[in-house]
Design a protein around this ligand. Structure first.
Ligand code: GLA
Length: 735
């Protein structure tokens, strides 16, 4: 990694191990022109790329045609209302109602390491030897607005992070209407657009399509990152594969509304942007006040999607997730949601715990339904006192009994919500987000607490902390089961209403920040109706997130493929559940369910006292499998070998140890293809010179002795098996 500033050409060059990012200061005014982002190069002067004529060009070089030049300038900080008709990265309204802004260079500093963002914002972190940061100071002197833009490069990953904060240095009010975190201008290649779309129970499906002229975007104004669209997009060169071709991926360390957009212009330029969604957003900056925009991340890979994925994984594992569990095996849990739903009591839970203990499971998680009078999803959110009819003797008694059996104990809560049928709502109806005089829109019969208000945040914190203080609770599943509507806060004056969604997310972050501070050893698993808030912002607080309510092994192949495109396997909540599957009704072998859950945190979500004996009998071996392979799965390099989503027959992925001494390949033959004898699987990522032993679990197939080169190029032969949903683990160890 390196960051340099060449005074003669006024060029900044940021280098990651395999990529370079260049921009240049231009003209007397200090326009910032984007020069290059791609595979690593050693040259520092590429200013010819900014030429529209013999000289590197600044829009002010020709006042006569300034507007038309503004509109084709490759801009690092595209302004608003001053001639660049493409999407701006910033829009500010002044007290007179004008909307015009252009940030210009004023100075810079190069720092060792990486400074924290303001206000406890989630962000990547790095020690002094692990990263370098460029702080660029920019200004719009007419508005009296300054911007500090930070770029960080890391020694161990090809990611670059971008963050910005703004300060009103004028004596008048400024209203920020839009503030992107990242904006990158590129020359058009044969790029396609890859995004992750979804719905409840089918999150993060990969969608790849051509980029047409105009703007193409994904976004959320649901108050969270959402099931539906995901704060990630990648430009993928048309011929790119997992291992070849150019890919530029961007992601957002933010758990609220976002807009991720690519714009293709009349001159075939591309502008890629990531930021808070400008709809339903405005932020008033009084004189002297500051606004922090969240951090965005970009990864450029000249080695296909696979290298992009591994770069994101390394960044998030090494520089984002802070939990003490990040480098540890997580306890194998059994969750009672699909086992009992709301219908349980202490004895039932203890009977599950006793059976679980016998087979090597390590923690019992009590899901929804233990508090207030919640026997279905119509009531009691906000009343976090134990229902003694279900749990006589209270929480402490139950937890102590579970501990005596030899299991840890975990609990489910949904702290951000309030049921209209709750004592909390009866006492504080104004604590729900709502527009006065409108009947608030219910979803799952619940409303959302107004976490933009400090008194509400404080109350919620005490509710959660009191539960955790009351017994030996070692894990919390923090759920959020509806999205925001009726955007109104009684705590905000009319001019500040546009800040509600932003302040709501800040409230969530404050809560989780306080929580992990008071309970540093708590294992926090975030969740939102399955995986609607699976984003890097939440990973900063908890090391794992429930990936989806769909626990069907076959559906999970696609959901986990899309999730693992960006996020490390160690962060994906994955459980073995009962069949027929509760979401799709499919029956899959217990063995396959175990292999698929092994890619994530691994656990069970079933009534172990009721499942078929032959399934229960397989659990001890699955537990052993988890202990054998989890270090590798959690810490290794992930390679996608084949995708069922693309080929409609089989799925295959691999995790290779960083030192290349070991790898595990998971192969799932989803559908038996008639008259197909088998197929070759090419296994990348190992040392080409080294000899490896290749073994196959539970298959009458001989061990192989092959070099990494043969595995990658010749591959191994997999016979077609009889029947559907068959899976095999292929273990590769250095000889
Ligand atoms: C959400 C979660 C589930 C379960 C239920 C409980 O849907 O994703 O795992 O906890 O809530 O109501």
């Amino acid at each position: 990694m390196n960051i340099t500033y060449d005074e003669s050409t006024r060029t900044f060059k940021l280098d990651t191990p395999k990529t370079s990012y260049l921009f240049q200061i231009l003209g007397e005014e200090g326009f910032v022109g984007h020069v290059y982002y791609g595979a690593r190069i050693e040259d520092t002067d590429l200013s010819y790329l900014l030429c529209v004529g013999p000289e590197p060009f600044a829009p002010s070089h020709t006042d006569r045609e300034r507007a038309s030049y503004m509109d084709k300038f490759l801009s690092e900080f595209p302004g608003h209302g001053l001639g660049d008709y493409r999407e701006s990265c910033l829009n500010v309204r002044d007290e007179d109602g004008h909307e015009a802004v252009q940030l210009l260079y004023r100075g810079h500093r190069i720092l060792k390491g990486k400074p924290a963002l303001k206000n406890g914002f989630p962000a990547t972190f790095a020690g002094e030897e692990e990263a370098l940061t460029l702080e660029l100071i920019l200004e719009d002197s007419v508005l009296g607005l300054t911007c500090h833009a930070f770029y960080t490069v890391f020694a161990d990953t090809d990611a670059i992070t971008f963050s910005r904060y703004f300060k009103n240095e004028s004596d008048r009010k400024l209203i920020i209407k839009k503030a992107d975190s990242l904006s990158i201008d590129l020359w058009q290649e044969d790029y396609e657009l890859l995004t992750l779309h979804g719905s409840w129970a089918r999150e993060r499906s990969i969608d790849r399509r051509p980029i047409g002229y105009g703007k193409t975007s994904v976004g959320s104004f649901r108050g969270e990152s959402s099931h539906q669209e995901h704060p990630f997009l990648a430009l993928v060169s048309g011929k790119a594969t997992q291992e070849t071709g150019n890919v530029l991926g961007v992601n957002f360390i933010w758990s609220g509304n976002f807009l991720a957009q690519v714009e293709k212009t009349q001159f075939d330029l591309l502008r890629v942007q990531m930021g808070i969604h400008p709809d339903q957003f405005s932020y008033v900056l009084a004189p002297g006040e500051e606004f922090q925009a969240p951090e965005a991340v970009s990864v450029f890979s000249a080695e296909g999607l696979g290298h992009m994925t591994r770069s994101f994984h390394d960044l998030y594992r090494n520089h984002l997730i802070r939990s003490p569990y990040k480098n540890k095996k997580r306890p194998i849990l059994i969750n009672n949601w699909e086992a009992t739903y709301f219908d349980f009591h202490t004895e039932k839970l203890l009977s599950i715990a006793r059976e679980a203990k016998k087979v090597g499971i390590e923690m019992l998680v009590m899901d929804d339904g233990w508090f207030g009078h919640r026997n279905d999803d119509n009531s009691s959110l906000g009343d976090w006192t134990v229902n003694e009819e279900k749990l006589p003797g209270g929480l402490k008694y139950l937890v102590d009994e579970v501990n005596k059996i030899g299991l840890k104990f975990g609990i489910w809560m949904e702290p951000e919500m309030i049921s209209p049928d709750s004592d909390l709502y009866r006492a504080h109806p104004d604590w729900a987000i709502q527009v006065p005089d409108r009947i608030p829109t219910r979803s799952r019969n619940q409303l959302v607490l107004d976490l933009s208000r400090q008194e509400v945040v404080d109350h919620v914190f005490e509710m959660v902390a009191n539960v955790l203080r009351s017994a030996n609770i070692e894990y919390l599943k923090w759920d959020m089961n509806r999205q925001l509507t009726d955007l109104g806060s009684i705590g905000l004056s009319s001019e500040h209403q546009g800040e509600l969604c932003y302040r709501y997310v800040m409230g969530v972050y404050q809560l989780q920040g306080r929580l992990v501070k008071e309970f540093p050893n708590l294992l926090l698993e975030n969740c939102s109706g399955g995986g609607a808030r699976f984003d890097p912002g939440m990973l900063y607080f908890g090391p794992q997130i429930w990936t989806s309510d769909d626990t069907d092994a076959i559906e999970r192949l696609g959901i986990q493929e899309g999730t693992a495109l960006v996020y490390p396997l160690s962060s994906m909540g994955a459980h073995v559940s009962d069949c027929p599957n509760h979401t799709v009704g499919r029956i899959t072998p217990f063995r396959t369910r175990g292999h698929v859950a092994l890619a994530g945190t691994f656990g069970y979500e079933l009534d172990i006292t009721k499942i078929p004996e032959e399934d229960r009998a397989m659990i001890p071996a699955q537990v052993e499998m988890y202990h054998k392979y989890n270090d590798l799965m959690r810490c290794g390099d992930y390679y996608r070998i084949a995708s069922f989503r693309e080929n409609h027959y089989y799925d295959c992925y691999e995790v290779v140890a960083k030192d290349k001494t070991e790898a595990l390949v998971t192969y799932v033959q989803v559908l038996r293809r008639p008259n197909q004898h088998g197929r070759v699987l090419r296994i990348p990522g190992l040392d080409p010179e080294r000899k490896y032993l290749v073994t196959f679990d539970d298959m009458e197939k001989k061990d192989l002795h092959l070099t990494g080169g043969a595995l990658a190029n010749a591959g191994i032969w997999m016979e077609e098996q009889w029947g559907d949903y068959r899976s095999v683990l292929i273990h590769i160890t250095a000889e």
